[in-house]
Design a protein around this ligand. Sequence first.
Ligand code: KIV
Ligand code: ZN
Length: 513
Amino acid sequence: MRKIYVFDTTLRDGEQSPGVNLNTREKLEIAYQLEKLGIDRMEAGFPAASPGDLAAVNAVAKAVKNVTVIGLSRSKEHDIDAVREALIGAQDPCIHIFLATSPIHRKHKLKMEKHEVLETAQSALRYAKKYFSKIEFSLEDAGRTELDFMVEMVSMAVGEGVKVVNIPDTVGYLNPSEYGAIFRHLKENVPDIEKVQLSAHCHNDLGMATANTLAAIQNGADQIEGTINGIGERAGNTAIEEIAMALETRQEFFGAKTSLNLSEISRTSRLVSKLTGMVVPGNKAIVGANAFAHESGIHQDGMLKEKTTYEIMTPETIGLKESKLVLGKHSGRHAFREKLLDMGYELDEQELNQAFARFKELADKKKEVSDDDIMALVEEKLVDTPEVYKLETIYVTYGNRSVPTAKVRIIKGQEQGLEEEAEGNGSVDAIYNAVDKATGEEVTLSDYSIKSVSRGKDAQGEVHVVLTQNDVSAQGRGLSTDILEASARAYVDALNQLIEKRKTFSKRERASL
Ligand code: KIV
Ligand code: ZN
């Protein structure tokens, strides 16, 4: 079996998804989980983009140990220097330098002739070589670049000693046969091509990212780039879980394999969805809620007779297993711990106590606490935001013929409770107006979404909001069996995140004076 290296860019290209804004703690949480998933290379961010990005990449670089950590850089010395700073402390650092090569980008974006593109990239690589032993070079918009110019650019990169050359279909324009042919052409026409690994990086604008990536593998790609759940700019990137499971399920066909721990796929997908606020559609391949559900009578009958009639892979492979232990309000700490272990959560004593207290609260409200409920309550507190504001109580009056009103009591640090009442055009609006009055914060609600974490009328609702204040955005989450309470919690959580971001900015401003 040929090994296919997995380059995960959830924290960089994935974070470029509209509305997604991960803070350092959230990036770290995802990075630890990606390490468990067993990816080979992790693109942690674009350090030159902002001081916050640089700090987050540095935190990831210092935290993960068994993965190559990568920082993205334009072909500019300033960007390369930012990656150098960001990767201090990384066990296995790598810089990813890119420059656009297609005629459209050369003419309109770069305003450069071919020879200038080549020289700019070459001098960036020469500068980077002084500081990095591992370099990946990307030909941005390679998918729309002339084949002979691509050969020239790749030959130059090979000559400069880069380790990986990436061929992105930046705008998701190609078909599998076209994309595969590029890899074949490069293998056949670039001298010393065996000295580098070729990498596939696809976008999903025409829904072909997975097919194109698999075509690249069939034509000699050594590495695939993608994100968890396929998140990313516009229609997203190649979904890593789809490639891993396609190679696993069709081993004889592809003769290639990743070294991912497949049983971590489901957990990684849930975490990325929760922290980015990007809900995974029910019918999404591999990780959608319906990916292993069989609804029609004919299919159910087939499944009961012989699973392989309609199941080409098992839910257990990606870490989905229905635990037999059902918990309710009489369940004790021991049963709860066993259940968590069964579900793959190893919490320390303090985390276990906190989770158990939240479980007891929930069990008082719900007769049967499902696996999904437990996952939600354990994962809710994986990322701890310092709490400036804490929601204490909330009362809402609603009638379809009256103006909704809400009264909230919020605790700020050690101070006394802040109590305010407000009206709104709906219950959630009234709550948010009351919180604004109590905290005195002026924010814009840029996004709000709600989903049920389990089934049934007593299911918990999970709310995700994005708040913006003076060009700074922060997201927050709230979980409760009551969607108004979940909405309030998400809003207060986002306010706390915003305050945390504000502090980081003002510290940096002070430092630069
Ligand atoms: O899609 C793309 O071209 C990219 C490059 C920065 C590699 O993400
Ligand atoms: Zn990309």
